[in-house]
Design a protein around this ligand. Structure first.
Ligand code: G1P
Length: 296
């Protein structure tokens, strides 16, 4: 029997410099796809997977992110008074139970592994999830739920994975696979951003379910790729110490919202997926493409 996963860590301390000047005054996690901030997509996915405690690893300048999760009492009562019930429902669906969110500060940008380590006392001795908000995944059931189901079958730690082109592996953690069971693979190693000879083309995507022993591995605060403390290395240590680590080829489409091109692609995909927008938006896109073609 695996233990229920009820806690998730959201490392949100990054500066988001790739989105300057927007991120001069807003945290990148507040940037919106259609009408929802990136963080809302991550929270919704975690809630759908049964997560009850949400641990944000933040840094200076992320106040707007904390404010976002305050209940907007005045706004709620004015929407209620004016009978705008649909908007009221949308607003209320973002409300979190008091005490469900905890914040810890990462005082120095020492890497993803370090950010996760900063949350160690709040996680304690139980399995936990990690969600990277830059990786937005459109999927049904949502990716983390697929992972929880796979984790219940296998136990051990689990990372989300997908095939990437060979020339892109150096941007990711990459799995060394010992057994390919279809949707689930067993890892015999993991390498962060391999410069050459990647062990496979299976990249780690920003969803993890991790055994608490990963936090002990992070205690070593060992510097890895790029001089940073890497989560990938702490997971690789799990394997070296004889514990199980799996990858799940999730069903769904992943967008790299940490890059401008990925963010734009996600905006288009999520816009086209919305019943209230898709006809008008699809019409606009096809006119635009036809115009570009005519001008060629
Ligand atoms: C992080 C992880 C990497 C993973 C990637 C997924 O890298 O370190 O292993 O493949 O997220 O998005 P980052 O993109 O933050 O450099």
């Amino acid at each position: 029997m695996t233990r229920k996963v009820t806690k998730a860590i959201f490392p949100v301390a990054g500066l988001g410099t790739r989105f300057l000047p927007a991120t001069k005054s807003i945290p990148k996690e507040i940037m919106t796809l259609v009408d929802r901030p990136l963080i809302q997509y991550a929270i919704d996915e975690a809630r759908a997977a049964g997560i009850e405690e949400f641990i944000f690893v933040t840094s200076r300048g992320k106040g707007a992110l904390e404010d976002y999760f305050d209940h907007a009492h005045e706004l709620e009562s004015s929407l209620k008074k004016s009978g705008k019930n649909e908007l009221l429902d949308i607003l209320r669906s973002t409300n979190m139970e008091s005490g469900a969110i905890a914040y810890v500060r990462q005082h120095k940008a020492l890497g993803l592994g370090h950010a996760v380590w900063c949350a160690r006392r709040l996680v304690g001795d139980e399995p936990f999830a990690v969600i990277l908000t830059d990786d937005v995944i459109m999927g049904e059931p949502p990716c983390l739920q697929q992972m929880i189901e796979a984790y219940q079958e296998t136990g051990g730690s689990m990372v989300a994975t997908m095939e990437v082109p060979a020339d892109k592996t150096q941007a990711y953690g990459v799995l060394d696979v010992s057994e390919d069971m279809g949707a689930i693979v067993r890892a015999r190693g993991m390498v962060e951003k391999p410069k050459e000879n990647p062990p496979s083309n299976l990249a780690v995507i920003g969803r993890y379910i991790l055994a608490p022993s990963v936090l002990n591995n992070l205690n070593k605060l060992k510097q890895g790729s790029g001089g940073e403390i890497q989560l990938t290395d702490a997971i690789a240590d799990e394997i070296a110490e004889g514990r199980d680590v799996f990858g799940l080829r999730f069903r769904g489409q992943r967008f790299d919202c940490g890059s401008k091109a990925g963010f734009l692609q996600a905006t288009v995909a999520f816009g086209l997926a919305r019943d209230d927008l898709k006809d008008e938006f699809a019409g606009y896109l096809s006119d635009l493409l036809a115009m570009r073609k005519a001008a060629e």
